[in-house]
Design a protein. Structure first.
Length: 530
């Protein structure tokens, strides 16, 4: 096909130490087939083509023909082609999918159009199906009703397609950060890190290993399966009952023994901290497994990052160094070693157990003063003691505890132990594990490769996060505020299923004579249901 096209390009030329902007009209005859453009657009992502276009802009005039060819598929045209392609597939037919796609498209910005379509269809099937048994099950019951794509294309997307699923956590964090109202912009946000296990009986799953399960869910302390490290973000939002923290999972990393779980957790925190750099204070919450050098060292890397954690009761604590004695020699780095049992305990009226606090030093943060908090149900029983460490004092946590909806946070604030109250927010990550495993089929995956397993679990993660964020992101879903993720998922699934059924009935009327009134009625019904 021969097409003559005129383009207005902007070039820059130098003259007397300043840049002069010129508009140059270029006429070029481009000889190629339309299918070439489609292949080119489908092969490369927006990021790649934009970078190549910006590079070609600085080349000589001999590259104008290639420049014009690339300009014809520049960002605006790629977006147009992408929207047109997806509209032929879904948009014009199902308005609710149109709204969902504009939310999920930021996750798939580095993927090609076919890959993006496949990922979005998998997300839709996760939302529609009550139980996501497998990719094949989703293809048979949902995807095949929306698209003519083959089943193998989805396996290829999950295992081999070039896209960066480990950057999805930053996208979720950006969405969550914008849900914070202006009145709470200076409030602290929290990051929780933990790990969970999924038992797998098949021996052909990659990275499957024998794991220690301290909870003994299957009656034994050991199981064969996978271990996932995850990070959850907690941001403050307003509610009728007061300030609450919206807990959103940011992603999962499969432990393959190539890196420790501590290193995986540290990498995940580093990947989202640039998004949270504008937050006044970020506090990291974790249990006694994670306060070790790879994780505790993050506090020194980021200025706005603090840490509150539970630690082993035998963690070494030191008293603060005394005043200089004036004698020769290096002054003491820390004082004498102290035991958690030596910290005096009191029983506040608001709590059911004894608490105590003392400023100490520890080898976890060398040279840094931290606050040790001790709790005990019985002061005479050393087995009931629990020890917590906080790098931020109680009065240094930027949170309006008096207006908080959580009664526990208000009680701890009244007795001067606010770090213990905000540490209870970490339990939301355990609730998230329960919900994703029970209601979101997190442990039902049947993909064998480690890359495919991690990608599929992260698709479930962003689907779960979407049900948390959509009521704050779009007015179309604002009525879902206050509902659980399962209820939001059910409502979205019902809307998608109704649209599919009505569209199927509309397609049946295509064979009827004088079907224009019936088609118009179905179209109105689709938009009303969507």
């Amino acid at each position: 096909m021969v097409s003559i096209r005129k383009f207005w390009c902007t070039s820059y030329s130098t003259g007397k130490d300043r840049y002069v902007r010129e508009n140059v009209q270029l006429d070029t005859v481009i000889i190629c087939d339309e299918s070439y453009y489609k292949r080119l657009i489908n092969t490369y992502s927006i990021t790649t083509l934009t970078a190549l276009y910006n590079f070609l802009k600085i080349l000589s005039k001999k590259t104008y023909n290639l420049l014009l060819l690339l300009y014809s598929i520049s960002v605006k045209q790629i977006l147009y082609e992408r929207d047109d392609c997806m509209s032929r597939l879904l948009y014009s037919r199902y308005p609710v999918l149109n709204k969902l796609f504009w939310f999920f498209q930021h996750y798939f910005k580095d993927a090609t159009i076919p890959t993006m379509e496949n990922l979005f269809l998998v997300v839709v099937s996760i939302l529609v199906l009550d139980t996501f048994h497998s990719v094949r099950y989703a293809w048979m019951h949902v995807i095949s009703k929306l698209s003519g794509k083959s089943l193998n294309s989805f396996y290829h997307t999950l295992e081999q397609a070039p896209f960066k699923h480990r950057e999805w956590g930053a996208v979720t964090a950006e969405y969550a950060r914008h849900t914070v109202p202006d009145s709470l912009k200076d409030s602290a946000v929290f990051l929780s890190i933990d790990d969970t296990m999924v038992e797998k009986y098949g021996k052909k799953f990659e990275a499957r290993s024998k794991l220690f399960d301290h909870a003994a869910h299957n009656g034994s302390n050991y199981l064969n399966g996978h271990c996932f490290v995850s990070v959850m973000l907690h941001v403050p939002v307003s509610s009728p009952s007061g300030i609450i923290y919206l807990s959103v999972p940011l992603g999962y990393r499969l432990w393959t023994k190539q890196e420790s779980k501590l290193e995986l957790a540290a990498q995940m925190v580093r990947s989202v901290m640039p998004v949270l750099s504008s937050c006044k204070q970020v506090i990291l919450l974790c249990d006694s497994w994670y306060p070790k050098k790879p994780v505790t060292g993050l506090v020194a890397e980021f200025e706005n990052l603090e840490m509150i954690c539970s630690v082993r009761i035998d963690t070494v604590l030191y008293d603060l160094p005394g005043a200089p004695t004036g004698k020769r020699g290096r002054p003491r780095i820390h004082g004498e070693r102290i035991a958690p049992g030596s910290i005096p305990l009191e029983k506040p009226e608001e709590l059911d157990y004894y608490t105590g606090c003392r400023e100490v030093m520890t080898n976890l943060w060398k040279g840094k003063h931290v606050h040790a908090y001790v709790t005990a149900s019985d002061p005479d029983d050393r087995n009931s003691y629990r020890l917590f460490l906080s790098t931020v004092p109680a009065d240094g946590i930027h949170i309006n505890a008096r207006e908080h909806a959580d009664r526990k946070i208000r009680q701890y604030n009244e007795c001067g132990m606010l770090p213990m109250g905000v540490f209870s927010i970490r339990w939301n990550i355990e609730t998230g594990y329960y919900e994703t495993k029970t209601f979101w089929s997190f442990n039902n995956y049947m993909v064998r490769s480690a890359e495919g397993i991690e990608r599929l679990t992260n698709l479930i993660c962003i689907s779960y996060a979407a049900c948390k964020l959509l009521p704050y992101y779009s007015r179309d879903f604002e009525g879902y505020k206050g509902l659980s993720t399962q209820e939001v998922r059910y409502q979205l699934g019902e809307r998608i299923r109704r649209s599919i059924i009505i569209r199927s009935l509309e397609q049946m009327t295509e064979t009827l004579k004088n079907n224009i009134p019936i088609k118009k009625a179905f179209q109105k019904l689709i938009y009303r249901c969507g």
